[in-house]
Design a protein around this ligand. Structure first.
Ligand SMILES: NC(=O)c1ccc[n+]([C@@H]2O[C@H](COP(=O)([O-])OP(=O)(O)OC[C@H]3O[C@@H](n4cnc5c(N)ncnc54)[C@H](OP(=O)(O)O)[C@@H]3O)[C@@H](O)[C@H]2O)c1
Length: 226
């Protein structure tokens, strides 16, 4: 049985990933803040939890040991480099041969060839400034975290999520190399399917060293209706 670690397992995306991973027979361990352990009570007896902030290096070191894959929710909370320190700890301590899959938003660009709508650019500019001014979040932190992943020698994938919605699974999202590609125009994915894509990426060698941008498989653009 393959052992996988989910970093940020108590969040919405993390819990969906745990469900999909267990359904596929993976041995699941996870890291979440101590105050969030109770959010995982429905998984009691099925997963092992390492309580701790995801930027605590010793917690990550213990959690990722012997893992075949590490799925990391990159969140830019605060202004102290939370996402960057989380990613760095995973890169430093995950076994060299492990599959590493990270989550972020469409605003992250690997090669600068993404073409963004004015709405997305405006949102990132406004949200980024306000969140940083309030010291709630720092979007440049997620950018730096991803830069470090892109430059690493690990077998990584950075999954770039569109806007998200709740609801039943529609199936594995479609993906494309660049935001602006026609298939992505609908800009909407079920959160459970974002998680599904991350779990499926573990065994998809085509996605190694790629930063796929995803969209719901039943969205209008994925069906070719836009
Ligand atoms: N529209 C969208 O929401 C959207 C769109 C595209 C991509 N994404 C990507 O999706 C991922 C997040 O998704 P999600 O749905 O799982 O979000 P979420 O449920 O809101 O939480 C994500 C993580 O943030 C942690 N967290 C919350 N408050 C924190 C704090 N003050 N300090 C440290 N950690 C804190 C949560 O831990 P606790 O359980 O301990 O609170 C959880 O692990 C990110 O990678 C994001 O870039 C989101």
């Amino acid at each position: 049985m393959k052992k996988i670690c989910i970093i940020g397992i108590s969040g919405k995306l993390g819990q969906y990933m745990a469900e999909h991973a267990l359904a596929r027979g993976y041995d699941v361990v996870g890291v979440c803040r101590p105050q969030s352990v109770a959010k995982l009570s429905r998984f009691a007896g099925q997963i092992r939890i390492f309580p701790g902030r995801t930027d605590e290096r010793e917690v990550i070191r213990a959690a990722v040991a012997d893992c075949d894959a590490v799925l990391t929710v990159l969140v830019p909370w605060g202004v102290q480099g939370y996402a960057t320190q989380t990613a760095q700890a995973v890169l430093d301590f995950a076994p060299a041969e492990a599959r590493l899959v990270f989550s972020c938003g469409w605003h992250i660009s690997r090669d600068g060839k993404d073409r963004y709508s004015w709405q997305l650019r405006l949102f990132v500019a406004l949200f980024g400034r306000v969140a940083r001014w309030l010291r709630l979040a720092d979007l440049s932190d997620q950018e730096e975290a991803c830069r470090r992943v892109f430059n690493s020698q690990h077998r990584w994938t950075v999954v770039r999520g569109s806007d998200l919605e709740e609801g039943e699974s529609e199936g594995l999202p479609r993906w494309s190399e660049h935001v602006g590609d026609a298939v992505l125009a609908s800009n909407l994915t079920r959160r459970t399917d974002f998680a599904l894509f991350m779990v499926e990426a573990i065994s998809n060698a085509e996605l190694i060293h790629k930063a796929p941008a995803i969209v719901g498989c039943l969205s209008a653009s994925a069906l070719g209706d836009v």
